[in-house]
Design a protein around this ligand. Structure first.
Ligand code: 5RP
Length: 258
């Protein structure tokens, strides 16, 4: 099966980041299509290299996939603190601030990433932006009084440094999309976010809001994948950038069910 250039880019970023995991580690496992590649690559290392580590999934989807590929899955409360979390992102900027939650899992993802010594983001090059906000910002909210919460959010946005101010309830065909925590998601169509740190703090003050999808000062490294097998590794703390190339070998196990 031939993967699209974007899937190849996601795959090589995931494959490179899987090398960060060492035996004995406790590792947060992100959610989404790029994180799914990571989980498959880690499963391959478990089966073929004897890698032994405990994974803390950030969604029911990731938990099921991790178990399926042979990773030992534990809860965050069992692991308590993690060596590393590897996850995808919807957008990242030059400070490695992120928008996450396109897959509706940013609440668990933020808790897990924050409980980790290091967060590594894996992404295809199209996720890099100069200013966050073209991707609609996900906001997890309680179902109770959600329309009131939506109105309060839109009112709050009037005084914020953003271009657009419309919020829409995320749907799953004809019903509201429901997160693993039983909540709803509002997608905020902001266009461009001026002060992401301030916005993240203000949104979380609104009653009914559970968590926003802005990850500020949480991510330490990004592995950017390209469709031709190149990967670029940026470390925001060390201020370094390095490049690598991942051999793209179609593996029967890795690509099964895709
Ligand atoms: C899920 C997320 C994902 O990491 C984000 O949506 C990126 O997904 P993908 O790797 O499929 O592009 O935040 O809540």
């Amino acid at each position: 099966m031939e993967l699209s250039p974007i899937d190849k880019a996601k795959f090589v970023a995931a494959k490179r980041a899987a090398e960060f995991v060492e035996s004995g580690m406790r590792v947060g496992l992100g959610t989404g299509s790029t994180a799914a590649w990571l989980v498959r690559c880690l499963g391959e290392r478990v089966r073929e290299d004897g890698l032994r580590f405990r994974g803390v999934p950030t969604s029911a989807r990731t938990a099921a996939l991790a178990r399926d590929v042979g990773i030992e899955v534990v809860s965050l409360d069992e692991a308590r603190w993690l060596d590393l979390t590897i996850d995808g992102a919807d957008e990242f900027d030059s400070d490695l601030n992120l928008i996450k939650g396109g897959g509706g899992a940013h609440l668990q993802e933020k808790i897990v990433a924050t409980a980790s010594d290091q967060m590594v983001v894996i992404a295809d090059a199209a996720k890099e932006v100069e200013h966050l906000g073209a991707f609609p910002l996900p906001l997890e909210i309680l179902p109770f009084g959600w329309q009131t919460t939506q109105a309060l959010v839109e009112e709050t946005l009037i005084s914020m440094d953003v271009m657009g101010r419309q919020a829409s309830l995320r749907m799953n065909t004809d019903r509201p999309f429901v997160t693993d925590e039983g909540n709803y998601i509002l997608d905020l169509h902001l266009g461009r976010i001026g002060h992401a740190r301030q916005l993240a703090m203000v949104l979380n003050q609104i009653p009914g809001v559970v968590e926003n999808g802005l990850f500020i000062d949480i991510c330490d490294k990004v592995v950017i994948g390209f469709g031709d097998g190149r990967v670029e590794l940026r470390d925001i703390n060390a201020g370094t950038v390095s490049s690598d190339r991942i051999e793209f070998v179609e593996d029967v196990n890795l690509f099964k069910d895709i």
